[in-house]
Design a protein around this ligand. Sequence first.
Ligand code: ADP
Length: 490
Amino acid sequence: MARIMALDSGTTSVRALIFDENGKTLGMHQEEIHQIYPHTGWVEEDPVEIWDKQILAAAKVLEKLNMTAADVDCIGITNQRETLIAWDKRSGEPVHNAIVWQCRRTEEYCGQLVGRGLTDWFQKKTGLILDAYFSATKAGWILKNVEGARRLALEGNLLFGTIDTWLIWKATNGASYVTDYSNACRTMLFNIHTLDWDPEILEFFDIPRNCLPEVLESGAEFGSLDAAYLGAPIPILAVLGDQQSALFGQRCFQKSEAKCTYGTGAFILSNIGKEPVLSKEGLLTTVAWGYKGEVYYAFEGSIFMAGAVIQWLRDNLGILANAAESEAMATAVESSEGVYFLSSFQGLGAPWWKNGVRASIHGMSRKTNANHIVRAALESVGFRVKDVVGAMEREMGMPCKTLRVDGGMTANQFMMQCQADILQIPVIKGDNPEVTAMGAAFMAGLMKRIWKDTQELKAMADHERYFHPVMHAQDSAKLYEGWLDLIHNI
Ligand code: ADP
């Protein structure tokens, strides 16, 4: 009987979950995290609150399950990526609030770097597209704007860390100052080829190397949760950034296996194997994980509007009362009858990068009714996912085998069937919605030898629902061609 604790430190909430040796979730506790908005476009969080609530969630889940820390074999951590914390090594006091990944405070500066033609330089080293999301310019901002930060850094007393690093530093009372590849590679300071902090980038941003943690594989000995917190020590054996953890939790262990999380937006990652291929179509190349001396890479692409399209139809047009109704409406008609819903409310991202484009509805006739529009809106999410998966396939040089799915929108069976029809590959939905936490739990369990290898994890997967394509390939191609025509003509 194994018990693995996953700490899932998300943007708006932190959670603690307990899994057993079958990958079953036994219990969960969640605490909300306050968002701080000091200026328009700026987003911060309180690092002390993040740690306090994370350890509280861990205590509460044990209490709910009538367990003690001594019953827990190991901990795996998964976390919001890119968010940056800086603290004083001596006191452990943060020198500033956490600067959250969404925060746009360095947008203008990033624009200047793009203007200086540095995009390729950064992409070649880090796999990322120069943007304010990533931690590097947030660290630069702290050094420049927080009083005393530069001095602390020069004295060797300033520590930077992503959320995982902060949590582990707190959990071990400062004994471990570490991160893993999947988090490090989101800082835009990490070279994904050498798997180390990049000296030239550190020099560029004037960040001393001793302000950065040691980078370990995603499955490693990260330290031990001090017994003072939960009553017994627990080894921390895994760390994975949230999207990579979901890829691992979805068991996309092999090249060409992809996953999509359909929430407000949609996050698509495909395992591209052991070579870090760089994208020409604006996809990110990211380390998926490092385990037992092997490093897997992934392409990452996201679409801004997925479930948010349905929210817009509900809140702004009022043509449905709730999200679930979208399924009944879409299936009330045979097809969208030539209607295409271009859901580019926030511009069109990868692989089109048409930022100024507005949303629109095309191809309506007198016969068009609300059902056609809802159906076309759901199809638009399917087309956008195909746009991104298509780019991944071109750059990977092979087709994606399957798409594994999770997130709120996967409750819509029409949407999932439609996705399989548009992609012409099986769409697979597991029965455990906690795939992000599961990834970290799987990795920790592998380290603890609760499972022998990833094969054993694969074999454990049951209760999966397969959506096989039923639409004829030619009809699917024709439908998608209509979408492409629209994109090319806007
Ligand atoms: P997030 O984590 O981004 O908040 P969730 O994974 O909770 O997102 O999913 C919520 C989103 O899924 C909402 O945008 C909602 O409109 C959409 N959604 C939920 N249920 C359905 C459904 N049955 N059909 C279509 N969309 C749905």
